[in-house]
Ligand binder design. Structure first.
Ligand code: B12
Ligand code: SF4
Length: 493
């Protein structure tokens, strides 16, 4: 049978392709989902991955001598418009266009108008089925992932198709899929509908994937790295002695519970993305983010800092109990806690989520322009703020958190000079040196800075926290029905 020619495309939202300024966040991670799918091709097939975040992408390149048999495009909400234009162009050229990803799963009818085949949910089971049916000349218009989801015996991710030197964090990986929780604003329940919503690789496979990655630094993009404690403990035990430094995401309750976080620190965890989301319990309850309810956020920051783990705190503005004072209060709290980097979001009801359903039923959705669903624009009618107040407050929060004096204030909360210096340079490096990153990206030298990132992270040792770990943190409650994690996909730390 003739080998296939397959092109994989990750389109970018407009901001990421600006000729004037390229935010570093778009050059952090390679297109892992597409490299995962490419692994299902036969050895003789031809494949290439184009990531528009790091290289310009013509609708149809003039050099496209041969039309690919299949063009696979990954669709997020903010790149949907661009994805559909590319899809239309490649279909006109004669390729079979396959669209999948979060936005396709949320709005299949919208995507189907631009595709020959659409894919709902994760692709590990459906994409190989499609390839077999395509080769047999009978591809289906729709593939929906349902039963039988597993990460057992996955073929190795096609990292050879990734242009590593264009990324600051080429070693991103995911060893689980989904999350055990059900927050109302999250993409997760809609994306995994019809099958398992949280599952892991085997520990041996995850360790083998880590072994394949060069250098020291790893970034786990899992929604909740501690979501399955047994898996996580075995993973961290296997990583002992590997001398890795890693970053990841976990939830407030999983950090307080038991000693899993110590095991993570011993295995090399140096920075953690934590979804605090809001300081108001009423907002947590209304969002079904119960895993945060009743938890002592201060105990979380103290425990992580005591282990020398830097914190990237995630905060959402515009929930129904947020009034005009929410911005200053949140920034103040984050600085007081010595949080290293903060990721602020305007609450965004993604189609497919329960938050979307609620907002739509109440007539509160203000626009269906998906370009604006980037968590920086107000796309719904807030309850206690005007849309303009919400956007202005969001901008002010970013500004106020990253002034030089604010960075110094937050750094000062740490007990040791080493920890203070590390905090200062890390936070300043991300948000005060944007022009520097822009220049490095344009010079295509980003990968040269990966060792610098490793050096900063390796400096993180167990610091003496000025505040001893509270008894509450030590005696954190046993697992219950409350939820873990978060995830924003933004931010570097
Ligand atoms: C890493 C990441 C980023 C990175 C880079 C993305 C990249 N290079 O892939 C950066 C930092 C750039 C980023 C930016 C943003 N992100 Co982001 N990001 C993520 C994150 C944390 C991990 C993505 C990942 O690698 N997953 C692991 C791989 C294996 O899974 P996957 O990519 O989903 O691919 C699988 C399936 O989707 C499917 N699939 C995908 N495409 C196709 C196509 C076909 C044909 C088939 C068969 C299957 C298929 O198969 C793959 C294997 O199962 C996710 C959270 C998450 N858990 O997914 C958020 C997430 C995707 N981001 C999100 C958002 C909102 C953003 C931003 C708008 C945030 C912002 N304020 O700037 C921007 C804009 C992104 C854009 N380009 O439009 C949302 C998307 C919501 C939505 N409904 O679309 C998510 C879900 C976070 C969240 N919980 O809200 N992000
Ligand atoms: S805990 Fe995080 S990943 Fe899990 S459902 Fe909630 S927001 Fe989504």
């Amino acid at each position: 049978m003739r080998p296939l020619r397959v092109k994989f495309i990750l389109p970018a939202l407009t901001e990421a392709t600006s000729p004037f300024f390229r935010p570093v966040k778009y050059s952090l991670f390679p297109p892992l989902g597409l490299a995962t799918l490419a692994a299902y091709l036969d050895p003789g097939d031809e494949a290439d991955i184009e990531d528009e975040h790091i290289a310009p992408l013509a609708l149809i390149p003039e050099s496209a001598a041969a039309t690919p048999d299949v063009v696979v495009i990954q669709v997020y909400i903010t790149n949907a418009r661009r994805a559909y234009r590319l899809a239309d162009a490649w279909r006109a050229r004669g390729s079979h266009v396959a669209l999948g990803g979060l936005h396709v799963t949320a709005l299949p009818e919208e995507a189907a108008a631009h595709a020959d085949s659409i894919f709902l949910g994760p692709g590990e089971q459906t994409f190989p089925r499609f390839l077999a049916e395509f080769r047999a000349g009978r591809p289906q218009p729709q593939y929906r992932s349902t039963t039988g989801r597993t990460l057992e015996r996955l073929p190795p991710v096609r990292r050879d198709l990734i242009r590593r030197r264009h990324y600051l964090v080429p070693n991103s990986l995911v060893v689980t899929r989904g999350c055990p929780q059900h927050c109302d604003f999250c993409y997760k329940d809609a994306f995994f509908a019809g099958g398992a919503g949280f599952y892991t690789q085997s520990v041996d496979d995850a360790l083998a994937e880590i072994e394949r990655l060069p250098g020291r630094h790893l970034y786990f993009l899992d929604d909740h790295l501690l979501g399955n404690p047994r898996f996580a403990r075995a993973l961290f035990a296997g990583m002992q002695g590997m001398k890795r430094l890693f970053q990841g995401a976990a939830t407030v309750d999983s950090i307080l519970r038991g000693d899993l976080i110590e095991a993570a620190a011993n295995a090399g965890l140096r920075s953690l993305f934590v979804g605090f989301e809001t300081l108001a319990p009423s907002n947590l309850a209304a969002s079904n983010k119960r895993q945060n309810l009743g938890r002592d956020y201060r105990a979380v920051t103290e425990r992580l800092h005591g282990l020398g783990i830097m914190i990237n705190g995630s905060f959402v503005f515009g929930m129904d109990d947020d009034g005009p004072d929410v911005f200053a209060r949140t920034v103040d709290w984050a600085l007081e806690q010595g949080i290293t980097t903060a990721t602020f979001h305007i609450q965004t009801p993604y189609p497919g989520t329960r938050l979307w359903q609620r907002m739509e039923a109440a007539g509160r959705i203000l626009t269906r322009d998906w370009d604006l669903y980037d968590t920086r624009h107000t796309v719904f009618q807030p309850a206690r703020l005007t849309p303009a107040q919400l956007e202005a407050g969001y901008g002010r929060a970013y500004h106020d958190f990253y002034t030089w004096s604010a960075i110094a204030r937050a750094a000062w909360t740490h007990g040791s000079l080493q920890h203070q210096a590390k905090h200062f340079f890390y936070a300043a490096g991300w948000k005060r040196l944007e022009w520097f990153w822009d220049a490095i990206i344009r010079a295509r030298q980003l990968n040269r800075l990966t060792p610098l990132l490793e050096a900063v992270l390796s400096q993180v040792s167990r610091a003496e926290s000025p505040r001893a770990m509270t008894e509450e943190a030590k005696l954190a409650p046993a697992p219950d029905q409350r939820k873990p994690c978060e995830n924003s996909g933004e931010a570097p730390a």
